[in-house]
Ligand binder design. Structure first.
Ligand SMILES: Cc1cc2nc3c(=O)[nH]c(=O)nc-3n(C[C@H](O)[C@H](O)[C@H](O)COP(=O)(O)OP(=O)(O)OC[C@H]3O[C@@H](n4cnc5c(N)ncnc54)[C@H](O)[C@@H]3O)c2cc1C
Length: 590
């Protein structure tokens, strides 16, 4: 069975030394953030994940969920684990104290989420979806809706879902057919079919709060005509307890590649009673609140999988003996050396490590800005921080989830044939990771979001929230000899990014096909440059520190700069080549 030790040392490093807890402590509600508060939370989370969630990961995968007469059962042990999860206060970690939450910042919440995703990503889907429902209702719900639902979602007594997808529409939500008809009592009657609904039905909670996109009778066509509704599985009674069953049922469970313990449901809404959330026809806007949070969360799923795949690849590479080292025998007392000595195995492990630690660093930087964007008293500071989060959200979602998949595949490769064997648990990481590149907007759609919505937004303001600090950092450090090996590659990659950004913006304005043709490569170029910035900053902190942790940081930073970052050169060439070859190919020839 795979093992997992939460990377607490690295988590503390990115939180306190890289992102910096001083800035966090300056925010209202975060004054107490320090080791006395953070360490016990992270240590308890680590313990819960290793002792409760990890042991259910393989069994949950093997057993999956079952559907019988409309009732979905989660795998053995999930109900008890969920109960302990709620009792431990983990559902309430980031929620507002007004609703019974602990009010901890995202900077801590994302670290805990990473641990959950490493230990048992399928389990994490249930509280993850509830968290998204909480975010949408908190921002757009009426005071009555908040008072009714938020305490229950915070305690974990009730769970949430996000019902967007229909059989004929996933990416293009303007096509949805689910209808909402106003009723005389101010509620609505919702009718339609939703598919692929994570946590749509299960046995973990007393009630399930569905957030559903539907169209009102007078809806304008397309995405401008979508409204958001809250549709509980059981209609709440006057005193807020689950009452009569609503007209919403699970009609099928998907059989899928991974996250088998997460129930992916087809849902029928049959004249179900629901209430409007936010304004009529503005549902997509409200859903975006949830989606931005969820996209960061999905990115962290990728990071979590990458971490556990790395840990188990390293431990295998230390134990497995095959062949002799190319630079001499390393274990003369044994018939062969551990595979850890082989350069190709080291390449795989360091690639996994450099990407994983880089993503964790970028995640901590984004989480801090997220906290500033929500809590800072000065609106200008809030906006500046939000600009960075807006820009980084599609990058984090796509690059982190690609990292999760790549690391899972590399982890299997380190294990050789044994990685392909189910009992060893490595192939599950690949199967679980794969969906993260698809849901919450495919990674291709993230790239379009970056190029189409984020680059030009507010006259390039989002872009400046990254470009300016990177430029300032390069300028400030370019005279320091010890930093040269990090600053030089960073500034080269950054130069490429600037050039390609200008080129793509120009061509994209003339012809949107050109923007679309370069978008995915551009996103990766941007992502790797952002990771290089994070690595250069980490290297600066690690310089001259004798501790083994910092020495390994520096060594990993060198690997990233020399063996991963050069990919930006080919990415730039691909984007600059333009979209003509894509356009010119005859449809009939495919
Ligand atoms: C396990 C699982 C869990 C899920 N959970 C949920 C959930 O809880 N709630 C929910 O509502 N949905 C959920 N989904 C649905 C998921 O979000 C969608 O599958 C995803 O958004 C893609 O939609 P689609 O499958 O219809 O693909 P399509 O939209 O048909 O896309 C197919 C391909 O075309 C590309 N494409 C489509 N449009 C464009 C475009 N304009 N430009 C460029 N490329 C384009 C896509 O990138 C993709 O590669 C889940 C799906 C799965 C498999």
């Amino acid at each position: 069975m795979p093992t997992y030790n939460a990377p607490l040392r690295d988590m503390r490093f990115v939180l306190t030394e890289l992102a910096g807890t001083e800035r966090l402590r300056g925010l209202p509600g975060c004054e107490e953030i320090g080791p006395d508060l953070v360490d016990p939370v992270l240590e308890e989370a680590a313990k819960f994940c290793s002792e409760v969630l990890l042991p259910l990961n393989q069994s949950g995968d093997a057993e999956g969920c079952t559907l019988e007469n409309g009732v979905v059962r989660t795998p053995k042990g999930f109900v008890e684990a969920y109960r302990s999860f709620c009792d431990g206060g983990w559902t309430a970690l980031g929620a507002d104290p007004e609703w019974g939450g602990q009010g901890l910042p995202k900077s801590i919440g994302l670290l805990v989420e990473e641990m959950i995703c490493s230990a048992n990503m399928a389990f994490g889907m249930y509280p993850g979806l509830s968290h998204g429902a909480y975010a949408a209702l908190e921002k757009h719900g009426t005071p009555e809706q908040k008072a009714l639902y938020l305490p229950k979602l915070t305690s974990g007594e009730w769970a949430g879902t996000m019902c967007l997808t229909e059989p004929h529409c996933g990416t293009d939500l303007g096509l949805i057919r689910t209808r909402a008809v106003p009723a005389e009592d101010g509620s609505y009657r919702i009718t339609g079919t939703k598919i692929f609904i994570s946590a749509g039905e299960h046995d973990l909670t007393a009630n399930i709060v569905h957030l559903v996109l539907a169209k009102l009778p007078d809806a304008p066509p397309g995405t401008r005509g979508i409204s958001l509704f809250v549709v509980p599985k059981y209609l709440p009674t006057e005193d807020g307890r689950p009452g009569p069953r609503n007209g919403v049922t699970c009609t099928g469970l998907e059989h899928k590649m991974g996250i088998k313990a997460s129930a992916t449901c087809a849902m029928a809404f049959d004249d179900a009673k629901g209430w409007l959330v936010g304004r009529p026809h503005k549902g997509l806007l409200a859903m975006f609140t949830m989606m931005n949070e969820a996209r960061l969360g999905v990115g962290v799923q990728g990071l979590g999988i990458a971490e556990i795949a790395y840990q188990n690849a390293v431990s295998y590479a230390r134990d497995r003996i095959q062949g002799r080292g190319l630079d001499g025998t390393k274990a003369p007392d044994k018939p062969a050396d551990p595979i850890l000595v082989h350069p190709d195995v080291r390449r795989m492990l360091l690639t996994m490590r450099a990407m994983t630690e880089g993503c964790r660093a970028l995640s901590a930087m984004a989480a801090l800005e997220h906290d500033v964007s929500l809590r800072h008293p000065d609106p200008a500071a809030r906006q500046a921080a939000d600009d960075f989060v807006q820009l980084m959200t599609p990058i984090i979602k796509a690059v982190f989830t690609d990292t999760g998949w790549d690391a899972a595949v590399l982890g299997m490769q380190v294990w050789g044939g044994h990685g392909y064997i189910r009992d060893n648990g490595m192939e599950q990481f690949a199967r679980d990771a794969r969906i993260t590149q698809i849901y919450e907007g495919t990674n291709g759609i993230q790239a379009l979001d970056l190029v189409g919505r984020k680059l030009g937004a507010h006259g390039g303001r989002y872009l400046r929230s990254f470009f300016h600090p990177v430029l300032a950092f390069i300028e400030a450090k370019s005279e320091e000899p010890a930093m040269e090996e990090f600053i030089l590659p960073l500034s080269k990659a950054f130069g490429r990014l600037q050039q390609v950004t200008a080129d793509l913006a120009q061509r994209g304005l003339r012809d949107p096909f050109e923007a679309g043709a370069g978008a995915s490569d551009y996103l990766r170029l941007f992502g790797l440059t952002a990771l290089a910035y994070a690595w250069a900053r980490m290297a600066e902190i690690a310089l001259d520190k004798p501790d083994a942790f910092y020495k390994a940081k520096l060594a990993t930073a060198r690997f990233f700069m020399q063996r991963i970052l050069p990919e930006t050169s080919s990415l730039a060439a691909k984007v600059l080549a333009g979209g003509e070859t894509l356009k010119a190919f005859e449809d009939a020839a495919f």
